[in-house]
Design a protein around this ligand. Structure first.
Ligand code: ADP
Ligand code: MG
Length: 671
């Protein structure tokens, strides 16, 4: 129960059915069609074990509708059965069975029906039977009892003052009782599809709690103090701009401006910089860092992988070292004396900019004056890591400003709900001179052709990423796959340098492979998803992804973003192994149809729903259980309007609402 998060009575009361079973009426067999869900009463005529076409237990049931002796037969078929079945299904026994009607080897049948023995004239259920979300170890019958008990004990009084409740929504208690125990005459459609007013009420409550918690976090943040960071005229910021080998795009200039304005305020910034892969977020971060350092404060830049961190480090050193800035480098694999020396520089303030993986926030790292923290690819950091970071940063008397960057854009509705406490800047323009990536989807049996194409491209001087499948169950298998593909491509592409990159390689080896590929000596790089984020080699123009059907949309988009970074036309080949599910087909189709990260994020949300989209599974909980952002826009709007009024005028009620819905999950929502 605790695993399901059902600790308090109110948690049980809010544990609502996934669907319902209807045992309030019987289905006349005469009217039933194949595929229908039946609830049938009948008397066993005969029961026996058959050995053909395989060993199974066959029951012949004769329908009994009321008192009338029926004539229509129904077969019950059990492929798995126990000796006790013989007794339960003794001829003459009266049963009620439930299941899907099929046409089978022995006639019209139900395979493995749910069954129970009944007395003649036994009353039917007066309510629909709820089916609750559960885990394998927890039987429905047990959960039903627990929920019913929780429901009767929980305090379900109205928290909202009546004048704030949107018109047309039924009381909370009534709504919950109805959803747990729907009367027989209710519209099954309206409650299954969650359109019933009772559902509307529940979704509204949930959205309201969520909006309140966000609003509260926002107000708490407004009370915090941060250093006011302003660059000086002719300072570092302007020098960096002058030293760049390119002009900023209009969008980069605009977001840099937004960030600079935040940095100049005495409240800590909490801003997400989103922009499609390749839109040029790094330089915007560097400009923000320049402002902070100009004002005499330190900056930290964190990336989710060592490869990415190292790449940032190189780029930033290249830009900033000539301007006299000391850039330090911290990762998990950096240990011993080197690390100690680095930590010393960070603690003394000599290192003005610190770049690294999450090692930057580990316990032994102390900043002299941290003014700005930048988190690249923030969605890749786990919730726990983000919480850690907050805790760490909050140790200072002044909070640092926080800039998060992501290439996985958050759709607007999500931004409004989950990130009400977050300001968002968007780069909606790619640097000039990029040619769009063409994406092709092929079945895996055309792999040979793809290899031939790779050979041609390499001959023309292009560089190729070859991404090997992700095997979730086993890192060892991933590795085997990568190694085999590496050998195979090496064999069929003689005279071409083919490299291998995977997560288990020692950092130094990874770095040297990346250096060969970046330098252009290596033409083909076989890689696992370690190259997913941030890797930037402009000359690479071909990407092949094997078993593309195993990747999520956002991930495919990230991977594809490794090509199309230079001026040459780029191709992305998605190889899949069929048969594909509908979702699988939709995903690959979306990839072929658009290269717009926002559009892809929108479709991803459509295909998968917000819980998964947010990676909320990391926290063990989808953040919204009942409301559906795609459908419940109006309720969301209502909740957004009411939340500030409730918080201002009825603060105690607002707290009660947050506690009722979010209980112990509050921490996660702040991450
Ligand atoms: P991302 O937003 O995916 O992190 P990067 O910051 O890695 O993108 O930038 C992608 C590439 O584009 C880099 O090679 C970067 O130097 C280059 N770049 C960034 N801004 C511009 C610009 N305004 N004009 C030309 N190239 C740019
Ligand atoms: Mg990047």
């Amino acid at each position: 129960m605790d695993k399901l998060g059902l600790e308090r009575d109110i948690d049980l009361a809010l544990h609502l059915p996934l669907r319902y079973e209807d045992e309030t009426r019987l289905t006349p067999l005469a009217a039933a069609r194949e595929g229908d869900l039946l609830h049938v009463e009948g008397v066993v005529r005969e029961a026996r074990i058959e050995l053909r076409p395989r060993r199974q237990f066959i029951v012949k049931l004769v329908e009994a509708l009321g008192d009338a002796p029926g004539r229509i037969e129904l077969i019950l078929r059990f492929v798995n059965f126990y000796p006790s079945h013989q007794k339960t299904f003794a001829p003459g026994t009266r049963l009620r069975v439930r299941g899907e009607l099929r046409g089978g080897f022995f006639g019209r049948e139900i395979v493995h029906p749910v069954f129970k023995t009944v007395e003649p004239g036994a009353p039917l259920a007066r309510e629909l039977t709820p089916v609750y979300p559960t885990s394998a170890q927890l039987p429905q019958a047990y959960l039903r009892k627990a929920v019913a008990a929780g429901l009767s004990r929980a305090r379900l009084d109205e928290i909202l003052p009546p004048d704030l409740l949107p018109a047309g929504l039924p009381p909370l208690r009534e709504s919950l009782y109805l959803l747990h125990h729907p009367p027989a005459d209710i519209s099954l459609h309206a409650i299954q599809e969650r359109e019933h007013p009772a559902w509307q009420r529940i979704k509204f409550e949930e959205l309201l709690a969520q909006q309140l918690s966000q609003l509260q976090a926002q107000r708490e943040r407004a009370k915090l103090r941060a250093p006011m960071l302003r660059g000086s005229a002719g300072g570092l910021h302007e020098k960096l701009l002058a030293a760049l080998p390119f002009q900023l795009t209009g969008a980069q200039r605009r977001v840099a401006e937004e960030i600079a304005t935040d940095l100049g305020r005495p409240q800590p910034m909490n801003r997400l910089l989103q922009g499609d892969v390749g839109s040029g977020k790094t330089v915007v971060a560097a400009l923000a860092a320049a402002v902070a350092m100009d004002a005499g404060w330190q900056c930290a830049l964190m990336a989710p992988t060592e490869i990415l961190a190292e790449q940032h480090f190189r780029k930033l050193i290249h830009w900033l070292a000539p301007l006299g800035i000391e850039v330090a480098w911290l990762t998990g694999s950096r240990k011993g004396k080197g690390r100690a020396a680095m930590l010393e520089k960070v603690a003394s303030g000599a290192a003005q900019l610190v770049v690294g993986t999450h090692a930057v926030i580990q316990d032994d790292v102390h900043f002299a004056r941290l003014g700005l923290a930048v988190i690249d690819e923030q969605h890749r950091f786990g919730v726990a890591q983000r919480l850690d970071l907050r805790r760490k940063l909050a140790l200072q008397s002044l909070e640092p400003h926080l800039l998060m960057m992501s290439a996985t854009p958050i759709p607007r509705t999500l931004a409004m709900t989950y990130f009400a406490d977050l300001d968002v800047s968007t780069i909606d323009e790619l640097p000039p001179g990029r040619t769009p990536i063409v994406t092709r989807v092929f079945a895996a049996d055309r792999r040979e052709q793809v290899i031939a194409r790779v050979r041609d491209e390499v001959a023309k001087g292009s560089q190729v990423y070859w991404v090997v499948p992700l095997i979730e169950e086993s890192e060892a298998l991933d590795l085997q796959n990568a190694t085999e593909t590496h050998q195979q491509l090496g064999a069929v592409l003689p005279g071409t340098q083919v490299g291998l990159l995977h997560g288990r390689m020692p950092p130094a080896e990874k770095a040297s492979v990346m250096a060969l590929f970046s330098g252009g000596q290596m033409s083909v790089l076989v890689a696992t998803t370690v190259i997913e984020v941030g890797v930037d080699v402009p000359n690479a123009s071909v990407m092949v992804i094997e078993h593309a059907e195993r990747f999520g949309l956002a991930q495919l988009h990230q991977l594809r973003g490794r090509v199309g970074r230079g001026s040459v036309a780029s191709v992305c080949v998605l190889l899949y192994t069929g048969p594909l599910s509908q979702t699988g087909r939709d995903r690959l189709k979306a990839m072929a149809e658009t290269t717009d990260g926002f559009e892809i994020a929108r479709r991803d949300l459509e295909i998968r729903g917000p819980g998964e989209f947010m990676g909320a599974r990391q926290s063990g909980d989808a953040l919204l259980r009942f409301a559906d952002l795609a459908q419940d826009g109006e309720l969301l709007q209502c909740a957004r309007e009411i939340a500030p009024r409730l918080l201002d005028r009825h603060p105690a009620a607002a707290q009660a609402q947050i506690r009722r819905w979010l209980g112990g999950k509050l921490e996660y929502l702040k991450a």
